[in-house]
Design a protein around this ligand. Structure first.
Ligand code: NOJ
Length: 763
């Protein structure tokens, strides 16, 4: 990203482009654009949501989108997988204006009709092949539903669990985030560079730095230096571009005082010129109009500036379609600005094959055969099994199948909580619940146990707020109809008759995700009251934690006998929970976000800087060093942490050579042994620390990981190759450099418990 080399590369690309023969696609689009009116070109830059969001809307001539289509003023639609609706709209698109087919998008985030664990959960599998396969299946189901463009992957790095959208991403680490981003792109788009009818275009979001929202409040401003942004946050976006991502979605936040959707540095300088991205960029929903609130100008001004900064498509603001013609007349944008954006969108449609066959993704026979199949559901079960993190176990797990089990808690029978946020499936409520999964295997009783929150109004707005916005005329059902004391008494009675209690508590789907920031990230109060009452029975209590974010679990960690964090595990959640609880599957997932002890520690992340007055993470307060009076610095559960039903031992780390020329390579190795009595998977993690550098460097940075399977007593040697790529960073001048000197190389089962040695890099 060195400025000089970027400029040279750009000059070379322009020269090559000028000399290169026009491709078939270029000629096709040249011809098409030569026949399009200005209004039709601007129309291509306009994206709207389908009416009723996901409802099967009937198409009438009064429909706003139909009117726009007829006038050639709509380039794409999103938010529905209703095949008949999309087919009719596609027919209208072909009959109207320049006869250009629509691109059809959808928020396919963690599966489509078959629901996989939420993305944060999937990331804890550290299994990029598994993640790729979930995206592959989602692409199959989406493309069988008329969708050719998915608003995924969400690759925002987040260090603050107050932000509800932490659930949609891959956690706090840029290296792991980059590997996951590539896996998603491969899964959705396929790997051969050609879109067949089972491949869909991705839309990488939210570009950029949305996860850095100040204080974890959604949509909030981001205050990061360019250097910290590049080192700590950008890699996943960049890796997605390297993997061939077709489109990006600009984010709601500002960066360096400029809203992302009009930020030339982000869109043009970095994404396009430095990373070589050649696709199109769409704004997030109403993000252009929101630039008025950011205080930049009126809708005409912000639309013009967004286009000039490199944004190509306007989602739901009607800023481009409503003002660009006027701006052109007034000389505030040029025809070349409009042509450039239009061409990028037409190229995407061409690559999708929509000009050849506008009905390519509208095969009704596929929609009955390829969606929500037993094979897809079986894979959802596997994905969920690999995405559950065992946070604590005093030996109560795995459970015996002949035990009498009291399954209690407000989430024990909640299918939609299993599906989680951003699930657009028609089958959310059918997701297998913890109770159903457990009752299939063992003798189980059930009690609801508690409300979600003691505050009725709060619970109502969390449960039903979303429906009130998207379902006109929606009437919320009554809640808190049974007193909390009675619910608890029933659960306690069931617990007393059982050998063991499984308490299913945490966050329902609407308690995380978009517009769901929290200042208190503990288990909601009414549910905590239930846990305390269960504990008082003296029965062993296993907490099944349903959540989309790290929670503060200090009391639970001290008092519960076991904690299995199942996140929102998807369609097959309940089966996978039973698989793990009863030991048919040995848990192997490891956290990709630090779990704080106290919300006041946030933002909290393992790859922090050292400060001039560092203080050991686990030592109590001391004056004049970097710590808190009332809490230690260490997280409750660190990045990379997760337990198994077996144990693993690590040998000391060895290097193939103690020194490495800056252009050379070195292998770092450990031998890992399964020292327990069950077969299990271990996620082996490699971290580095640049001891002295010209800029300050994090105390640890993940640079490699391997997932290995080991039978009891078996050992495996795990090798990691290190080159200057793993040891480089963006220095103060924003150059990607590997600075000679000493590097600590550390390997271990999580970011806390590593063993290290020193590698000298020679310049
Ligand atoms: C807003 C969200 O931020 C984004 O993630 C989503 O893709 C769009 N709405 C479209 O639904």
């Amino acid at each position: 990203m060195n400025v000089k080399s970027t400029a040279l590369a750009l000059a070379a690309t322009l020269l090559l482009a000028a000399c290169a023969p026009r491709s078939d696609m270029d000629r096709y689009i040249d011809d098409l654009m030569s026949r399009m009116t200005l209004e039709q070109k601007i129309g291509q830059l306009n994206l709207h949501s389908a009416p009723g969001f996901v409802s099967a809307a009937r198409v009438t001539e009064e429909d706003e989108n139909v009117k726009l289509l007829r006038a050639g003023r709509l380039g794409g639609l999103y938010g529905t997988g209703n095949l008949e609706y999309i087919r009719r709209m596609q027919e209208i698109a072909l009959e109207s204006g320049a006869g250009i087919p629509l691109i059809t998008g959808m928020d396919v985030i963690h599966g489509y009709q078959t629901v996989f664990p939420v993305p944060l959960a999937l990331s804890t599998s550290w299994n990029t092949e598994l993640v790729e396969q979930t995206a592959r299946i989602a692409a199959t189901e989406a493309s069988a539903s008329g969708i050719n463009w998915v608003f995924s992957p969400m690759v925002d790095i987040c260090r603050d669990a107050r932000w509800g959208r932490i659930v949609e991403g891959g956690g706090e680490d840029p290296y792991l985030g980059g590997e996951l981003a590539k896996a998603y792109v491969r899964g959705y788009q396929g790997t051969d560079g050609i879109y067949d009818d089972h491949d869909v275009m991705v839309c990488v979001k939210h570009y950029a730095l949305y996860g850095g929202a100040e204080a974890g409040r959604d949509y909030n401003s981001v205050f990061l230096s360019r250097q910290e942004a590049l080192n700590g946050y950008m890699r996943p976006y960049q890796q997605a571009a390297c993997a061939g991502a077709a489109s990006y979605m600009s984010s709601f936040n500002e960066f360096e005082g400029i809203p992302a959707s009009m930020n030339k540095y982000l869109m043009d300088d970095l994404l396009r010129k430095a990373w070589g991205f050649g696709g199109f960029i769409v704004s997030d929903a109403t993000a252009i109009a929101e630039e008025v609130n950011h205080g930049i100008g009126d809708l005409q001004e912000v639309s013009a500036r967004s286009l000039q900064a490199g944004l190509d498509m306007d989602m739901n603001s009607d800023g481009f379609v409503g003002t660009l013609q006027k701006s052109l007349a007034e000389g505030r944008v040029t025809e070349a600005d409009i042509d450039r954006a239009c061409r990028r969108i037409l190229e995407a449609k061409y690559k999708l094959g929509l000009f050849e066959n506008p009905f390519k993704y509208l095969d009704a026979t596929r929609s009955v055969k390829e969606i929500y199949t037993p094979e897809h559901l079986a894979f959802a079960r596997k994905a969920a099994q690999e995405s559950m993190v065992l946070l604590k176990n005093n030996g109560v797990l795995p459970l015996r199948k002949d035990a009498r089990i009291a399954v209690v808690g407000p989430l024990a029978k909640d299918g939609s909580a299993m599906a989680g946020t951003w699930s657009m499936s028609d089958h959310n409520d059918e997701s297998v619940t913890p109770y159903e999964g457990i009752a299939e295997v063992a003798k189980a009783s059930y009690a609801e146990g508690s409300w979600l929150f003691k505050d009725k109004e709060l619970e109502e707005s969390v449960r039903f707020g979303l429906f009130k916005i998207f379902r006109p005329g929606y009437t919320a059902p009554a809640i808190h109809t049974v007193p909390q004391e009675r619910l608890i008494a029933e659960a306690v009675a069931k617990a007393r008759q059982a050998d063991v209690v499984v308490a299913c508590v945490g966050e329902i789907a609407n308690l995380n995700g978009e517009g769901a920031s929290r200042t208190d990230i503990s288990v909601p109060d009414a549910q905590e009251e239930l846990l305390k009452a269960l504990k008082a029975t003296g029965k062993p209590v296993v907490m099944v934690l349903v959540t989309g974010r790290p929670l503060t679990l200090g009391w639970e960690d001290a008092e519960m006998d076991a904690i299995l964090n199942v996140w929102s595990p998807g369609s097959e959640g309940g089966h996978a929970i039973a698989d793990v609880l009863f030991g048919d599957v040995n848990p192997s997932a490891k956290l990709t976000t630090s779990f704080p002890r106290n919300v006041g520690q946030l933002p909290l992340y393992y790859n922090h800087k050292n400060t001039g007055r560092p203080h050991p993470d686990d030592e109590p307060y001391r004056k004049f060093v970097s710590c808190y009076i009332d809490e230690i610095n260490a997280p409750l559960y660190p990045f990379g942490y997760g337990l198994s039903y077996t144990t693993f031992a690590y040998s000391p780390i060895t290097l193939s050579a103690p020194e490495m020329p800056v252009d050379g390579s070195v292998t770092a190795s450990v031998t890992v042994t399964n020292t327990g009595s069950r077969a299990g998977d271990e996620i082996v993690q490699l971290y580095i620390h640049d001891v002295f550098a010209t800029s300050t460097r994090p105390v640890k940075e993940l640079k490699g990981f391997r997932k290995v399977h080991l039978d009891p007593g078996a050992s495996v040697r795990v090798d990691f190759t290190l080159t200057k790529e793993e040891l480089s960073y963006y220095n103060h001048g924003l150059q990607w450099v590997c600075e000679p000197g000493d590097f600590e190389i550390m390997i271990g089962p999580n970011s806390r418990d590593t063993d290290g040695t020193v590698l000298r890099v020679i310049g």
